[in-house]
Design a binder for this molecule. Structure first.
Ligand code: RB5
Length: 150
């Protein structure tokens, strides 16, 4: 699978580990930065991956910052993005199954690397269940269309 990935300095080390793991699993991870642990501003990285996913060039994205919170807040400003903060496997599974999330955000200062890889694995292997959840995701899209540009 093609996956867009980015981090700020708080998530840089974990991003590098996730990239290695994704490559080992045969996925194509495209890295949109940052390129070192030097301090940067997370919104710039979040919006880049969010555009790649929201405009349909990647089916899924992964964003890593200190907590995952800033990345998820920013990514959800972009049309077509459903970014979920996934600092545990339960949320990663249900973000896909119930919310059809297309970006997961994770906290490099919150989750241990081994757990983080389990979370990524859960997110990318879980499938949207549709059914009653489709109606709710459609409602999110309606709200985005109605309120997005105000
Ligand atoms: C950077 O210090 C930190 O604020 C950032 O990585 C993230 O946790 C923001 O939500």
């Amino acid at each position: 699978m093609k996956i867009a990935i980015a981090a700020d300095h708080g998530g840089y080390a974990l991003k590098e580990q996730i990239k290695i793991w994704l490559a080992e699993q045969g996925h194509e991870a495209v890295d949109f930065g940052c390129a070192s642990p030097e301090s940067v501003d997370y919104p710039d990285y979040a919006v880049t991956v969010a555009r790649e996913v929201g405009e349909g060039r990647f089916p899924l994205g992964i964003l890593v910052c200190g907590t995952g919170i800033g990345m998820s807040i920013t990514a959800n400003k972009v049309a077509g993005v459903r970014a979920a903060l996934c600092n545990d496997t339960y949320c990663a599974e249900h973000a896909r199954k119930h919310n059809d999330a297309n970006i997961m955000a994770i906290g490099g200062r919150v989750v241990a690397p081994e757990t983080a890889l389990e979370i990524v694995k859960t997110f990318i292997t879980s499938q949207f269940e549709g059914g009653r959840h489709q109606r709710r995701v459609d409602r999110i899209k309606q709200i985005e269309n109605e309120w997005g540009n105000r």
